[in-house]
Design a protein around this ligand. Structure first.
Ligand code: M6R
Length: 617
């Protein structure tokens, strides 16, 4: 979604801001803008389109700004919500007197009455946005010259608004400082030596510093090159400690790959190694997940695990659900977060609710977590982004350590989520029905995941060739059973996201209940035929598809002549236990989707209409 960057310090301010925006591009946006403090007035430039276009229009400003003079600026990438993606609606917004500029993520729900009130006082507006109204309200308080200047004006304005915000504000009357605040939309402050950078996402900060402070809801902070003064909305000082973000700035670059998505697909062996490192004890055949904060006694008292997520995280949760049931014979369910939050769900003593989210900022998953906690559930989170809202609110959980995922289409987060959920299932399994030998076998299975992924990655060229044969299709179905049903869903999600092809995932047995009516010679089916229970039945479904002349691609276990013999094109994956199979199979489908999208000339890393994290409903 929208991205915020702000900088105060001695570097070339526009350059730092544009570099920061570039690192936030992955979140999806349709317009971009920048505002910097000048000697006499605020410099503002904003336009529809990409950050590169904005940079092009700022050539003069970039060369005129020399290093060595301390100044401040803010910048933004906007994903249109209120009003179309025009230059007028793009951020930053300056107030009527052009002394103050603001960038805002989130939604101000009561902006209309505030706008009317301000109009009655003589304020004029240039856009349709709720954000401009917030900027004008702050400017209005600033005219009253509050004791604490811009910081106080921001706090007073925020006390009047309903909704969500992450904001950064500069004022021509207070050069050398930024004011930032959050409620429901993240803000991080990167604290450097005699400089500071603020952003909505650590990815934009790490090129300047890896020391970051995560603001909490209702925090307001004044940030200067040497000091961060954080208060709550009642103006009482609050303490927030700095954390070191272990993201290498290079991790947020393409590193020689054509797309972030491809880079992230190839990072998966290392990502999973990082996920499982130190978390498996092969000797006791158990998982060590101290972040869950559950003692053996707590484990046996939990009677149901409920997993919540959206999109890819929801699909990963489904694999987790099956594994928890298989390993622990424990009642387990997975539910789409928005459905959970609005359904008045039943929570009982003994429920553990696991919120699964790569970004840790998905609004529906965050709200579902809050609903579960409010109803008395024990909650925990499986999150990739350290310090994200879901991670902090859950208070307990497991970080994926997958490294930054920039591509909108999630890849390495899925494999790391599944690896983590297998460890969760193992932990519960060992407290119930799994004996030592069974636990040790599962440990070895999980440890083998990085090698299995490498074997699939080695087939990249072969998978590209299969993709070539199908790049012109218009529709396709993915079918699978058991552990491969969520993979069918994930494979179809990946393909539709990045290639804009119509793809649906089905349980193989569902074909006969309707979808088979669509099959004909130009409607391919991707059948997941690996050696898992139910394979024979899926082979039966393949014959039904072929009888309707549908071309069939099969993902098959290496050496399985029976499965390979019943399909038109095969993608083979290594032999592994059924509960591991979702990982190599998904990696093969990620590569297939990637190559189809590439051959169709699609914008792979930032597909149309999509944002990396969905922070508004
Ligand atoms: O950050 P989260 O895991 O909470 O995000 C959930 C979904 O928005 C996300 O998985 C989305 O479906 C991806 N674009 C899938 O590739």
């Amino acid at each position: 979604m929208c991205g915020i960057v702000g900088y105060v310090g001695p570097r070339n301010v526009p350059e730092v801001l544009l570099n920061g925006l570039k690192r936030l591009e992955y979140r999806g946006y349709d317009s971009a803008g920048i505002a910097t403090l000048g000697k006499k007035s605020i410099f503002l430039r904003k336009q529809e389109g990409k950050v590169d276009g904005l940079r092009e229009s700022l050539k003069d400003l970039l060369t005129s700004h020399r290093d060595g003079k301390s100044s401040a600026g803010i910048a933004h990438t906007r994903w249109a919500t209120h009003g179309p993606p025009t230059a007028a609606n793009a951020h930053p917004h300056v107030d009527g007197s052009e002394r103050l500029a603001l960038v805002h993520n989130g939604i101000i729900e009561n902006y209309r009455p505030i706008r009317e009130h301000l109009e009655s006082k003589g304020h004029t507006f240039r856009s349709d946005t709720d954000s401009e109204v917030l900027g004008a309200l702050i400017a209005d308080y600033l005219t009253e010259k509050p004791k604490g200047g811009l910081l106080d004006a921001v706090s007073l304005a925020l006390q009047k608004v309903h909704g969500t915000y992450g904001i950064a504000v500069i004022s021509q009357d207070e050069p050398g400082c930024l004011v930032v605040a959050r409620r429901g939309s993240p803000i991080v402050i990167g604290v450097g030596i005699d400089e500071a950078i603020v952003a909505s996402d650590p990815a934009a900060v790490v090129s300047v510093t890896q020391q970051v402070i995560f603001l909490d809801d209702n925090d307001v902070a004044k940030v200067t090159p040497t000091k961060v003064d954080i208060r709550n909305l009642e103006n009482r000082p609050v303490r927030r400690s700095a954390h070191e973000v272990d993201w290498d700035p290079e991790a947020a670059t393409k590193g020689g790959y054509e797309h972030f998505m491809l880079k992230e697909i190839f990072e998966q062996p290392e990502a999973v190694r990082n996920t499982i490192r130190g978390r498996l004890d092969p000797e006791s055949g158990n998982a060590l997940l101290s972040g869950l904060g559950l003692e053996p006694r707590d484990l046996v008292e939990i009677s149901r695990i409920l997993m919540l997520g959206c999109g890819t995280s929801l699909n990963a949760g489904m694999v987790g659900e099956f594994a928890v049931e298989e390993f622990a014979h424990l009642f387990s369910e997975v539910e789409q977060s928005a459905e959970f939050r609005y359904r008045n769900p039943i929570i009982q003593r003994g429920d553990l609710v696991l919120a699964i989210s790569q970004s840790g900022e998905t609004i529906d998953t965050l709200a579902a977590l809050r609903e579960a906690e409010q109803k008395g559930a024990l909650v925990a989170a499986l999150v990739n982004v350290v310090g994200s809202t879901i991670a902090r609110e859950a208070g307990r959980g497991i970080y994926l350590h997958a490294g930054p995922e920039i591509s909108v289409a999630s890849t390495k987060a899925f494999t790391c989520q599944v690896a983590t959920l297998l460890m969760v299932a193992l932990k519960f399994g060992r407290s119930r029905r799994l004996n030592l030998v069974q636990g040790q076998r599962i440990c070895r299975g999980i440890e083998s995941i990085p090698d299995l992924i490498e074997q699939v990655l080695a087939k990249n060229d072969e998978i590209a060739k299969v993709a070539e044969a199908y790049a012109e299709m218009s529709h396709c179905f993915y079918i699978g059973r058991g552990y491969l049903f969520p993979v069918a869903m994930e494979g179809a999600l990946k393909l539709k996201e990045i290639s804009y092809l119509h793809a649906e995932g089905y349980h193989a047995s569902e074909l006969k209940h309707g979808p088979i009516a669509l099959l004909q010679k130009d409607f391919p089916v991707i059948a997941l035929l690996n050696d898992v229970p139910g394979k024979e039945k899926t082979i039966g479904n393949v014959h039904e598809c072929r009888a309707r002349h549908a071309p069939v691609i099969g993902v098959v276990t290496e050496g399985d002549a029976e499965a390979a013999g019943c399909i038109h094109h095969a993608i083979s994956v290594p032999v592994c236990d059924p509960y591991i199979a979702p990982i190599p199979t998904t990696v093969a489908l990620q590569l297939f989707a990637y190559h189809v999208a590439r051959l169709r000339g699609c914008e792979i890393d930032q597909p149309r209409n999509l944002a990396k994290s969905v922070t508004v409903e």
